[in-house]
Design a protein around this ligand. Structure first.
Ligand code: ZN
Length: 221
């Protein structure tokens, strides 16, 4: 039985789009929220808009340009190169406090629209060391949000323990594999669907997809 209302934190990428399909199966009513923090690839926002419109979900876009003012990073600045972290360092795409801020705003919005559930596609499995993607952080924030607004929100993290191959598998189970593959944008160079193939995000996405298809063909044999 479907019940309750959910807000999905939505970027138009593979993970959050899979979460959107996941939420639509579970909740009576689903809305999405996208944060505009000055992403250098403006296509990201457009991509999110297009997906929300096609799936017929209400789309909130919040201006979070202050994030770039606080913490210039490789996702917003053309002069900062995308670099993978080495020797335990965080990659240049890391934005300190991003999930803390985004989920706090999502919480305020959830309260405004009467949503109990806040769904986010963070994952501890494939994470690049971002501390605010960890399960323990999400549990802590859930308590904080509830205390701050005297509410009983539930932060849902359906991808928390999945790797990229398992995330593709989930999309497949939800009947959304093709949609997610063709319509989402994960690439750091702003190329939709299968992407540029060169950046760390594309490599991770492709590796997961290959593993997923390999696992599937092994099962079918
Ligand atoms: Zn790419």
């Amino acid at each position: 039985m479907k019940r309750e209302k959910a807000i999905v934190v939505f970027s138009g990428g593979q993970d959050s789009t899979t979460c959107l399909f996941w939420a639509r199966e579970r909740f009576e009513e689903v809305e999405v929220v996208t944060f505009d923090y000055g992403q250098k690839h403006r296509l990201e926002i457009q991509c999110a808009k297009d997906i929300a419109a096609e799936l017929g979900v209400k789309h909130h876009i919040l201006d979070m340009s202050l994030l770039n003012q606080l913490a210039p990073n490789a996702l917003t600045r053309h002069d900062i190169k995308i670099e993978e972290g080495e020797n335990g360092e965080l990659p240049s795409t890391f934005v300190p406090g991003r999930n803390l801020l985004f989920l706090s705003f999502a919480g305020v919005l959830a309260r405004q629209v009467g949503a109990k559930h806040i769904v986010t596609g963070v994952s501890e499995t494939d994470f690049s060391g971002y501390p605010d993607c960890r399960d323990i952080f999400m549990k802590s924030l859930n308590v904080t949000l509830n205390l701050s607004m005297d509410a009983s929100f539930v932060i849902d993290t359906p991808l928390m323990w999945l790797n990229k191959a398992q995330t593709w598998e989930l999309a497949d189970q939800l009947g959304a594999l093709e949609f997610v593959r063709e319509r989402t944008l994960t690439c750091y160079n702003g190329v939709i669907a299968d992407g540029c193939g060169e950046c760390p995000a594309c490599k991770l996405r492709k590796k997961g997809l290959d593993e997923f298809y390999l696992g599937k063909s092994n099962l079918e044999e």
